[in-house]
Design a protein around this ligand. Structure first.
Ligand code: HEC
Ligand code: HEC
Ligand code: HEC
Length: 428
């Protein structure tokens, strides 16, 4: 009896394994000689370049700026470090031997030319939504870039996360292959925006929290998440800033890196704006803004202006310039206010108002701490503007009291916990 049960279980186990292997197994696609870049038209390569920008391919696939797309960038995950690959057309270390069919399979299904499964740190869960024409244009662009010989470092993922075959199981649970589906109840511009955001732009890869297995949590879509030690704020109605993300604000922010009622793009969002969206035509950024202001349920330009003005006024009124200013208020007045003061009715994007900024109203202080310590470089935020860092000028306690002061006077959100320790943790 017992033997029979064990025998049955073993047989069942073998059957399950066999079914899994059939699902998990992917064939190798024959290598090709790298295509001659002349095979592609200049317009096609140009369109591919815009898409590569929207997809931030270069940001993730470059470590040394003189070797664009040659890979090797470390991607820390909770399970170890993964390195991006060389996607230049080098035949030995890059994707030079990949036919368009192999490239398309990688983008749509997350499978390499030789048939291994790719980790979803490569956002194929989004790229799968791209149209055939767009993938074709991207291939043309990639294959016409300079071939660079470079091997990425070995991944250091822990067992069992280093077994690529198991990714087939992950895909069964969390991956839907498929194109973008037009929502006929929405406008053409909205659909274009959603196509970019969900597809090439993979916006939710940073703005949606992930579950324990690293998949985006659909139940918390657009609720905001920590990514690479930056907080990517909620983009839905739960965004806590006083003025909504109207079309005008969204467009200003995405086109120029900053908007009057919100502030500027720092950290990984600076890469998205300045490396990624830079080449995209205005019509695409307008479309993204239509989609974004709908997602954020923004209630119009007039309302945004009114909310912003009253938030600035309230914050100015809570500052009680007595002779007995507490440490946080005193530090803000002397170290920050000269550059961050605004007239309530006409805030300026170049002097982000603390009463309007997500960094102050976010559930985590990480962005505010990092900006205060390190400033804002020329490559971030608005072009040609920068902010000095205060890591040398202020100690942990001073920064903590300054930020606690901003939080309590410039928002209606609860105080952040362990602020001083959090400042210490962010020091280089
Ligand atoms: C968020 C970071 C990120 C972005 C953005 C990104 N990639 Fe990747 N990509 C990776 C990582 C990491 C890998 C390696 C995954 C693995 O080893 O399983 C990878 C792998 C690939 C591969 C497989 C290459 C091989 O040799 O196996 C291709 C092709 C690829 N990416 C193309 C692109 C293109 C095209 C874009 C832009 C449209 C892009 N990637 C954007 C992180 C990224
Ligand atoms: C690589 C990660 C990443 C990707 C991809 C990304 N974002 Fe962001 N985003 C961030 C981070 C981090 C911030 C916070 C930056 C700051 O405070 O300046 C941010 C901030 C924003 C903000 C400002 C929110 C606020 O309340 O201040 C908007 C709007 C935004 N992103 C839109 C987008 C859109 C649209 C896309 C896709 C085209 C996108 N993001 C893709 C990381 C990302
Ligand atoms: C010399 C002028 C100057 C001083 C002093 C200054 N800032 Fe800034 N700050 C700026 C500018 C300019 C920007 C926008 C930079 C850009 O667009 O590149 C900025 C941006 C910011 C942002 C916006 C980040 C975002 O995600 O939108 C925050 C928060 C901030 N500063 C906080 C502070 C704090 C706190 C202090 C005092 C400790 C301070 N600043 C002192 C000029 C200054």
């Amino acid at each position: 009896m017992f033997k029979k049960i064990v025998g049955g279980l073993v047989a069942l186990g073998i059957l399950v394994l066999a079914i899994f292997l059939i699902i998990a197994w992917e064939s190798s696609i024959d290598p090709i000689t790298p295509p001659n870049p002349d095979a592609f038209s200049e317009e096609q390569i140009k369109r591919g370049e815009v898409l590569a920008g929207l997809g931030n391919c270069e940001t993730c696939h470059t470590t040394d700026p003189t070797k664009p797309l040659a890979g090797g960038r470390a991607m820390p995950t909770p399970f170890g470090t993964l390195y991006s690959t060389n996607i230049t057309p080098d035949p030995n270390t890059g994707i030079g031997q990949w036919s368009e069919a192999a490239f398309t399979r990688a983008m749509r299904e997350g499978v390499t030319r030789s048939g291994s499964h790719l980790f979803p740190a490569f956002p194929y869960t989004h790229f799968t939504k791209l149209s055939d024409d767009d993938i074709s244009d991207l291939y043309a662009y990639m294959m016409s870039q300079p071939a660079i010989q470079a091997e990425p470092p070995e991944n250091t993922l822990e067992f069992p996360f280093n077994i690529r075959l198991l990714l087939a199981g992950w895909k069964l649970l969390f991956f839907d292959e498929g194109r973008y589906e037009t929502d006929t109840s929405k406008s053409v511009a909205w659909n274009r925006g959603a196509y970019i955001a969900e597809g090439a732009g993979h916006c939710s890869a940073c703005h949606t929290p992930r579950n324990a297995l690293g998949a985006e949590d659909a139940g918390k879509a657009w609720d905001g998440a920590i990514i690479n030690n930056w907080y990517a704020p909620a983009l839905n109605a739960s965004n806590r800033t006083p003025a909504g993300w109207t079309e005008t604000e969204a467009y200003e922010y995405l086109r120029n890196g900053g908007s009057p009622f919100h502030g500027v793009a720092v950290g990984s969002m600076a890469d998205v704006v300045h490396d990624g969206l830079k080449q995209a035509p205005d019509s695409d950024l307008r479309a993204l803004s239509v989609w974004l202001s709908d997602l954020a349920q923004a209630s119009g330009e007039q309302q945004a202006g009114d909310s912003s003005a009253s938030a600035i006024r309230d914050a100015q009124n809570t500052q009680n310039p007595s002779a007995m200013m507490d440490e946080g208020e005193r530090l803000f007045t002397y170290a920050c206010a000269a550059c961050h003061y605004n007239e309530p009715d006409s805030p300026n994007a170049l002097r982000p108002d603390m009463a309007l900024n997500s960094a102050i109203s976010a559930p985590t202080p990480v962005n505010l701490i990092r900006v205060t310590l390190n400033g804002v470089s020329l490559k971030e935020g608005m072009p040609e503007a920068m902010m000095p860092g205060f890591s040398q000028a202020l100690n942990d306690r001073q920064i903590a009291s300054l930020l606690a002061y901003l939080r309590s006077t410039h928002t209606d959100q609860p105080a952040w916990a362990n602020l001083e320790q959090q400042v210490r943790d962010q020091r280089p």
